[in-house]
Ligand binder design. Structure first.
Ligand code: IYR
Length: 223
């Protein structure tokens, strides 16, 4: 370690598994996550806040650049605020679908069947709005956070995994531009919206696009 280091270390708490157990757990998580689908048809069935808290606590264990933990999870359950978010999102989405997206992009989205209507923003019991913290103030000085895009992306992956593991449905929604979220939720300038995640239960007989994941051979290369 460098002489200038101020690091204080402690013993690592590491779980050593047998080879069999490693394979068993690998298969189990793969099976679980293989069943996760992005859900756009939500019921208004409530979810205990405790589950949302546990999921966000789990997301908060993500690694981050220089351990700055550059994330803020704003949990919205107030129907009035959800309504405002829906109205603002649908306004932007209307512009996007009608004037901003390229033909190629629209063709890609046609497979998903999405459009500017976003009822799930009011129906789902919770919206988790994830903000990326871009700078911090320290002793009157402004310092950037480091690798914040990567850090928040990893945390969101863990959040989706935690929610799915609890039997909750999610959608990674990115209305564009998302600046209205900063305004409606009264967040400071150094918090930039990253993604908006409706959380809840699917309606009975919910459907999802019949699309498929690339096989391992197309996403992995061993050299
Ligand atoms: N944000 C829009 C459009 C959209 C964009 C992508 I990339 C998607 O994977 C899905 C939708 C919407 O939510 O409809």
């Amino acid at each position: 370690m460098k002489e200038s280091s101020t690091a204080i270390h402690k013993a690592l708490d590491f779980c050593r598994l047998s080879a069999d157990e490693q394979v068993r757990r690998a298969d189990e998580l793969f099976e679980l996550l293989s069943k996760r689908r992005t859900v756009r048809e939500y019921s208004d069935r409530d979810v205990p806040l405790e589950l949302i808290e546990k999921a966000i606590a789990t997301a908060g264990t993500a690694p981050s650049g220089a351990n700055m933990q550059p994330w803020r999870f704003v949990v919205v359950r107030d129907p009035e605020i959800k309504k405002k978010i829906r109205e603002a999102a649908e306004k932007e989405e209307y512009e996007s679908y009608h004037n901003r997206m390229s033909e190629k992009w629209l063709r890609r989205l046609a497979v998903l069947g999405t459009d500017e209507h976003k009822p799930f923003l009011e129906i789902a019991p919770y919206l988790i709005v994830v903000f990326r913290i871009t700078t911090v103030e320290e002793n009157g000085d402004t310092e950037p956070t480091y690798y914040s895009q990567e850090s928040v992306g990893i945390a969101v992956g863990m959040l989706l995994t935690a929610l799915h593991n609890m039997g909750l449905a999610t959608l990674t929604h990115t209305p564009s531009p998302m600046k209205f979220l900063q305004e409606i939720l009264g967040r400071p300038k150094n918090e930039v919206p990253f993604v908006l995640i409706p959380v809840g239960y699917p309606i009975e007989n919910a459907t999802v696009p019949d699309i498929h994941r690339k096989p391992l051979t197309q996403i992995m290369e061993v050299i």
